[in-house]
Design a protein around this ligand. Structure first.
Ligand code: ATP
Ligand code: MG
Length: 362
């Protein structure tokens, strides 16, 4: 086991606006040089959590520690954090140079040091040549870089990024998010990143903390969160899932679930007989076969079905298949337009791809 140094620690923090707890008993550990993402729907408390870490709000309960030191009462400019705001919040009347230099000016750096540091980050972020311009003369992507430069120039130990890509168009966002991740790894900078975009979170994070209603509902690697969601909410918010509910039939070594009309075999899971189980299956986990494709019909979890609808999405096709009293979403990579399926089909659901979300004994 590697011993990672804990850099930022949130211990049971709560923040109320009036009686409403926007952040409710949140505990999270951020190791040094890691990229941790707060992911959740609008209003779940992501920005508020980030502002608490930065020191722009005071916590009502709990403790924030940076480098093992309690910082609840430490002002923002003495926390060794820097935040990039969702709307960039650049100063419109200042040049790019002065925008980047701002944090150094208030820390009373000498002119020579200001110039050296601003030129350094401008180069790092590919902003050379824009220093004399004002923000409105820049593209959205360049403004985003200026916002990042302004945070990096003070050489914070912890970088806090609040949906920094939301103003960029979709394609450019993919590119810039990869750059942010590369830069973070290159600098080894501890980062807390906020997004409501699950794909973005999966793509760039070491760890994802999924939030709902002011609470963290799951913490894990992108793989954990995607393949082993802790709840129906996570399974639905991070990616898409089919959900089926049924009653467990325990059969010596193997667990089966009767989901009304059909029985799904799960393999050895040790679930108690008679319990109600909620199962999740990702659309890409299901095999879809046309009428001409031979398949061993004795195989487990094989269902005959019919295509109710389909949607062409470029590299893949999403089907909605009626089978066994349920409508299943199935995603298929399309080899050729002639492979589009209609009418009668068959499904096979590999048992290892059936995830048990809940199991309650009655
Ligand atoms: N200053 C404030 N005064 C009162 N309520 C607030 C304040 N700031 C946030 N809230 C409320 O707290 C909750 C969490 O807000 P927050 O901005 O942290 O959400 P978020 O997860 O960042 O959402 P989004 O994805 O929309 O940015 C929301 O219900 C919001 O209305
Ligand atoms: Mg927000």
């Amino acid at each position: 086991m590697s011993t990672e140094r804990i850099h930022v620690e949130l211990v049971g923090i709560t923040k109320r606006f009036g009686t409403f707890a926007a952040v409710n008993d949140v505990t999270l550990t951020v190791p040094e040089a890691r990229f941790v993402t707060l992911l959740g729907p609008s209003g779940c408390g992501k920005t508020t959590t980030l502002r608490l870490v930065a020191g722009f709000y005071d916590v009502d309960e709990g403790e924030i520690r940076i480098d093992g030191r309690r910082v609840n009462d430490v002002p923002p400019d003495r926390r060794s954090t820097a935040m990039v705001f969702q709307d960039f919040a650049l100063f419109p009347h200042m040049t790019v140079f002065e925008n980047i230099a701002y944090g150094l000016r208030i820390r009373r750096f000498s002119q020579a040091n200001v110039t050296r540091r601003v030129e350094g980050v401008a180069q790092l972020l590919g902003l050379q040549g824009t220093e004399g311009k004002s923000p409105h003369q820049l593209s959205g992507g360049q403004q985003q870089r200026v916002a990042l430069a302004r945070a990096l120039v003070v050489e914070p130990e912890v970088l806090l990024l609040d949906e920094p890509l939301s103003n960029l168009d979709a394609k450019f966002r993919l590119r810039v998010r990869t750059e942010i991740r590369q830069l973070q790894q290159q600098l080894g900078k501890t980062t807390i990143y906020v997004t409501h975009d699950q794909e973005e979170a999966l793509a760039i994070s070491d760890t994802i903390a999924v939030m709902l209603d002011g609470r963290i509902v799951q913490v894990g690697s992108p793989f954990d969160v995607y393949y082993a969601p802790a709840s129906r909410f996570v399974a639905d918010f991070v990616g898409t899932s089919n959900f089926v509910e049924g009653r467990v039939i325990a059969d010596r070594d193997t667990t089966r679930v009767d989901v009304g009309g059909i029985t799904l075999t799960l393999g050895p899971r040790g679930l108690p007989a008679g319990a109600r189980a909620l199962l999740a299956v990702r659309p890409e986990a299901i095999h879809l076969m046309g009428p001409d494709e031979s398949c061993e019909r004795e195989v487990e979890n094989y269902l005959g079905g019919v295509v109710n609808a389909r949607s062409f999405m470029g590299s893949r096709v999403r089907y909605w298949i009626g089978a066994g009293g349920t409508e299943w979403m199935v995603d298929v990579h399309l080899a050729a337009p002639s492979r589009l399926l209609a009418g009668e089909v068959a499904l096979r659901i590999p048992q290892e791809r059936i995830h048990v979300l809940e199991c309650q004994e009655k």
